[in-house]
Design a binder for this molecule. Structure first.
Ligand code: ZN
Length: 315
């Protein structure tokens, strides 16, 4: 069957961190008035960023979404604001602000995006919009000049494009595709340990897709390069917007057709096969050697957990 409409819904991508985004980007109706209309709207809401971190108000109902009145105490650079999209009738914007962490009073804090994700500081559907904001603001900061002629470019259509006034070159926000894969061999799966992981963590392998590659080819190449394992069939499972700074994690399963690991010691400090029973203990944080899997909001966790739960019948 070419298309299997019996796949589960809600789809697995809706359960990963940053996987829900309530905003409608209104891409079909954007024009040069969109940003000003959003700024003038009485119901508009903002996400504020400083130094790559997002402003969060802690408390009983923590939030990273603020009204104009909420942000009036901060030095917001509205001239650099981006119109992210609509939440129902309310426009949502993102803007950089001159905020120093040391000067912030309770209950305000600056969170990096990983802390926002793993601390569950805001609702899941709010985090998705925050990821969109973080990626777009970073893209603007790092694409101020035209790549063709070097002139300063301008933000257009509310921030979803930059145009060069000198040569007319148009630049669109970029998304970098990354494959992240759980390689399986019957009742075992392949997990690796990067030197920068937290102690006892083992996770799926991952890597950027290169120009000219399919997703499947990238899964096979990255798995071979990092672990020495050959992969044959590849199946897509879920994806995750990953605002570090603007990637899309494409989560897949790969079928191993070799067994002997020869891992890349520049990338990994360990890589080995784990049985399904072992991984079940790792997810529950009950492994006798203290081995653990990445936390629930990470797509690596989704891939590992769904494989464990699928049992011997497979996914
Ligand atoms: Zn130019």
């Amino acid at each position: 069957m070419a298309i299997d409409f019996d796949e589960r819904f809600p789809e697995p991508s809706q359960f990963v961190g940053f996987g829900q985004n309530v905003l409608e980007s209104a891409s079909e109706s954007r024009d040069e008035t969109s940003l000003q209309v959003a700024l003038d709207h009485p119901e508009q809401r903002f996400h504020l960023f400083a130094g790559g971190k997002i402003l969060v108000k802690k408390g009983d109902s923590p939030t990273a979404t603020f009204s104009q009145a909420d942000i009036s105490a901060f030095d917001v650079m509205l001239e650099k604001a981006i119109f992210l999209g609509m939440d129902g009738i309310a426009p949502r914007l993102a803007a950089p602000a001159n905020i120093s962490e040391d000067d912030l009073d309770e209950p305000y804090h600056l969170y990096d995006m990983r802390a926002l994700l793993y601390s569950s500081s805001v609702a899941d559907n709010e985090a998705g919009a925050c990821a969109c904001a973080a990626s777009l603001l970073h893209w603007h900061e790092t694409n101020r000049f035209c790549g063709r002629c070097g002139s300063e470019s301008r933000s257009m259509i509310g921030g979803y494009r930059r145009d060069c006034p000198n040569c007319g070159h148009k630049i669109f926000p970029r998304t970098d595709p990354v494959v992240i894969m759980l390689t399986t061999d019957g009742d075992r799966c392949l997990l690796g340990r990067s030197p920068h992981f937290q102690p006892f963590w083992y996770s799926t392998l991952a890597g950027f897709i290169e120009p000219g590659e399919t997703i499947e080819a990238a899964v096979r190449r990255e798995t071979r390069e990092e672990s020495g394992i050959e992969v044959r069939r590849v199946r897509y499972h879920a994806s995750q917007p990953w605002p570090f700074p603007h990637s899309l994690m494409i989560g897949t399963y790969g079928e191993a057709v070799s067994d002997r690991i020869n891992f890349d010691r520049n990338e990994l400090e360990d890589c080995k096969w784990f049985t399904r029973d072992e991984v079940r203990l790792m997810i529950a944080d009950e492994h006798p050697d203290k081995y653990r899997c990445p936390p629930t909001k990470a797509i690596a966790h989704t891939l590992i957990r769904d494989w464990v739960n699928a049992g011997a019948e497979g996914l």
